[in-house]
Design a protein around this ligand. Structure first.
Ligand code: GDP
Ligand code: GDP
Length: 499
């Protein structure tokens, strides 16, 4: 056993190479004003993020998530306000307390932040009690903040540390979030525990991989088992934040009248039927669309870089708007749908707020929307038949399962790989069905192969000098989709001459 441990430490984990979704999660907890946001900002190194110092300022009350960089260490860090909670029931603070418990249950580690200048505060003891009750699985690291001036006067830190020791979570670490002093000490105490955690995760993965390769289709299985990256996009007010909450099944993103609540949590993940689904920069997009008005509000997602980070784009439309409009999709929505497909992403269209079309005198609107949306999508994106449309009511929490099944189905199709032998048997049959009337000289496909997945991309190798026409390519694409159940996703076919 000793040998194993030794061997492990010979080769420390390289956190910089680990996928974000797999990194350990560290939550920063503490009473208001100890500097949680300041520490969060320092760890994620996004200086533009604001720090507000009034505890009842709504703007700091949601949970923020980011990737922390501490030397070569990487972890996901969550900043939450609101352990202070219970007293102010009904307010945002109260709601945040529930969220904190929920998120804490998904964190593997916690930094319990205190203020060394203020000394041990009664609320610190409350937080400690709260932690023991709500997250007994986590052994927090106590960190004393605002130590910058205490480092000079010998003894001050020791005095503060003595007090904080009474919290019962071991020796505290002295830092200054504002100046960065003491962060190496934080690194020293985090690194071994995070590394142990990471080694365990990597070990488990290896065991899983081995069991995949035993059934001889390792490549196929692994590819679609990679975490699915989902982006939820749409114009303001269609219900993206509400839908997000439904998906996460927790109040991770607050929706409500308070201004500015959905701020810069970067990434969020959740599990559905044993699969990790990873939401791509959704909060950033939500925030931008909330600030921008009118048709330009999708500009952010139209940038190629942002789009390419997602595998599946879920475009949210508003059922009530559609019922009252001549067209189902506004210009910005058409643009984003086309863009998603052009970039080879899987597209799922969500028609939300269906609950508003229920009841008396509304059934005709209901039917109209159900019929109009798929038709219009077919018109604006004629090259792909069967782009999935899911009808939801995020407000009532309806449609979650259907939506997630669809997202996964689309993703699996998007990841599929067809063996060359099978494709060529198929090619023989399908080419005999095809009429070549556009051509004076008929192109000869020598063989056909899939060169990559995500999205499925094929190459037709040609003998002779005649290229496949657009009609031929369309025919091949259509047949591939029908015969291999690849409908609703972009497929690419390229051609090469064998020289
Ligand atoms: P939170 O409520 O725990 O998120 O606390 P904030 O991050 O909003 O910080 C509360 C106040 O403490 C702000 O005025 C910060 O500028 C200040 N603060 C944060 N970190 C430090 C620090 O390391 N040293 C000093 N002197 N002040 C700090
Ligand atoms: P976002 O701007 O796209 O993030 O939209 P929000 O999630 O903030 O929702 C905008 C408004 O629509 C809020 O008042 C929501 O309560 C409401 N809303 C969201 N989903 C539904 C739904 O399925 N049905 C109804 N009736 N209202 C909804």
């Amino acid at each position: 056993h000793n040998l194993v441990t030794q061997k492990r430490y010979e080769k420390p984990v390289d956190f910089t190479k680990i996928e974000i979704a797999k990194l350990p999660t560290v939550m920063i907890v503490g009473r208001p004003n100890v500097g949680k946001s300041a520490l969060f900002n320092r760890l994620i190194r996004r200086r533009e993020a604001l720090v507000y110092n009034t505890p009842d300022d709504h703007v700091t009350r949601d949970i923020r998530e980011g990737v922390a960089k501490l030397s070569d260490l990487r972890f996901r860090v969550l900043d939450s306000a609101g352990l202070e909670a219970e007293a102010t029931s009904g307010s945002v603070l109260h709601r945040t307390a529930g969220m904190t418990a929920n998120v804490l249950s998904r964190s593997q580690f916690a930094i319990f932040l205190t203020d060394a200048r203020a000394g041990l505060h009664p609320l610190d003891l409350e937080v400690g009690k709260w932690l023991r009750k709500n997250a007994p699985q986590i052994k927090p690291i106590v960190v004393m903040n605002k130590c910058e001036s205490l480092f000079d006067s010998s003894g001050s830190i020791a005095t503060a540390a003595n007090e904080m020791f009474r919290l019962g979570f071991g020796d505290p670490i002295a830092i200054s979030a504002e100046t960065g002093l003491g962060l190496p000490d934080l690194y020293q105490s985090l690194r071994p525990v995070l590394e142990d955690y990471m080694l365990q995760v990597l070990d488990e993965e290896k065991t899983q991989e081995n069991s995949y390769s035993e059934d001889g289709c390792a490549a196929e299985v692994n590819e679609s088992k990679l975490p699915l990256q989902l982006a939820i996009v749409g114009r303001p007010n269609v219900g993206k934040s509400t839908l997000l909450n439904t998906l996460l099944q927790e109040d991770r993103v607050l929706v409500g009248p308070e201004a500015g609540l959905t701020r810069d949590s970067i990434r969020t993940q959740f599990e559905f039927q044993g699969r990790t689904i990873y939401l791509v920069d959704t909060a950033g997009w939500l925030q931008r669309t909330k600030q921008e008005k009118g048709p330009s509000s999708l500009s952010i997602v139209q940038s190629r870089k942002n789009l390419l980070r997602a595998h599946i784009i879920a475009l949210v439309l508003d059922a009530e708007e559609i019922a009252n409009a001549r067209r189902s999709m506004k210009h910005a929505e058409v643009v984003i749908a086309r863009r998603a497909v052009e970039e080879g992403r899987g597209l799922v269209v969500i028609v939300n707020k269906m609950d508003l079309l229920r009841g008396k005198n509304k059934s005709s609107s209901y039917t109209k929307v159900m019929e109009a949306v798929p038709q219009e999508i077919q018109t604006v994106i004629p090259q792909i038949t069967g782009i999935p449309v899911i009808f939801t009511s995020a407000l009532e929490g309806r449609g979650r399962t259907a939506l997630l099944h669809q997202v996964i189905d689309t993703y699996e199709k998007w990841c599929s790989r067809l063996p060359t032998a099978r494709l060529n048997r198929w090619l023989l049959k399908v080419m005999s069905r095809h009429s070549w009337k556009d051509h004076s000289a008929q192109p000869k496909i020598k063989y056909f192969t899939q060169v990559k997945a995500r999205p499925p991309t094929f190459v037709a190798f040609l003998n002779g000098k005649t290229k496949l026409s657009d009609t031929d390519i369309r025919f091949l694409t259509k047949s591939l989709k029908e015969d291999f159940d690849l409908g609703g996703i972009p497929i690419r076919i390229m051609q090469r001459f064998i020289t």
